[in-house]
Design a protein around this ligand. Structure first.
Ligand code: ADP
Ligand code: ADP
Ligand code: ZN
Length: 214
């Protein structure tokens, strides 16, 4: 099963992608997590990506395309993958499609998690992310069992720098301009499935599994 998750920043892509990955035994590949890990480790890639991320913009396509193409060529992706945060531009989607075509493969589904901008802004201020494993929580709707501690791995959870309200507005603008066109792109390919992301997390997940057919 080869899946890409679409949706605005904060729509719930990561939350759902993790559950899909667990349920179907496929890797969850988050480009945001990959960049944050690189920043933490102080790699060249991390240094290049950081300024774009802090400003709420997109990291240039050439810094992300090869990285993802390499990643989905790894052995653990033999049965598929769930991509979260990639593609974010039409050229990225074309690069993904070309890489899969080369192997006579194609995407099965593009799942768009639909949430209005207004709700996004409210959600982001409450988002807390694990510094170690990238799991996300929400102080009101999806709290950790122990305050400030990740349920999955026991590390600290924090408000991401780019989840501050000013940056969130910028990221939403970038989303509408550069990423939203992917909805029509995948609709035209006949693999777009839209789910209502304003429902409780469990209901969003059951809508997704209904779409995936299991
Ligand atoms: P969110 O989950 O809030 O949508 P992500 O963790 O996916 O955010 O991404 C954080 C930041 O990393 C983005 O705002 C962007 O700067 C950068 N980024 C992640 N994935 C991509 C991508 N595919 N192309 C360009 N930039 C990306
Ligand atoms: P994305 O990966 O699309 O940026 P996340 O999965 O990180 O989004 O979710 C953004 C925030 O919203 C997090 O704080 C998360 O806990 C919360 N959240 C996710 N799904 C829901 C939901 N269905 N209802 C309410 N809050 C949610
Ligand atoms: Zn964790």
């Amino acid at each position: 099963m080869k899946i890409v998750m679409l949706g605005a920043p904060g729509a719930g892509k990561g939350t759902q992608a993790k559950q899909i990955a667990d349920q179907y035994g496929i890797p969850h590949i988050s480009t945001g997590d990959i960049f944050r890990a690189n920043i933490k480790e102080g790699t060249e890639l991390g240094k290049k990506a950081k300024s774009y991320m802090d400003a709420g913009g997109l990291v240039p396509d050439e810094l992300v395309m090869d990285l993802v193409v390499d990643r989905i060529g790894k052995e653990d992706c033999a049965n598929g993958f769930v991509l979260d945060g990639f593609p974010r531009t039409i050229p990225q989607a074309e690069a993904l499609s070309a890489a899969l075509n080369k192997k006579n493969e194609k995407l099965d589904f593009a799942i768009d998690i639909d949430v209005s901008d207004e709700r996004i802004v409210k959600r982001m201020s409450g988002r807390r992310a694990c510094v170690n494993c990238g799991a996300t929580y929400h102080v009101v709707t999806i709290p950790t069992k122990k305050e400030g501690i990740c349920d999955r791995c026991g590390s600290e959870t924090v408000l991401r720098d780019d989840d501050k309200p000013e940056t969130v507005q910028k990221r939403l603008a970038v989303y509408h301009e550069q990423t939203q066109p992917l909805i029509d792109y995948y609709k035209n390919k006949g693999i777009l499935k839209t789910v209502d992301g304003t429902q409780p997390m469990e209901k969003v997940f059951s809508d997704i599994t209904a779409v995936l057919g299991a």
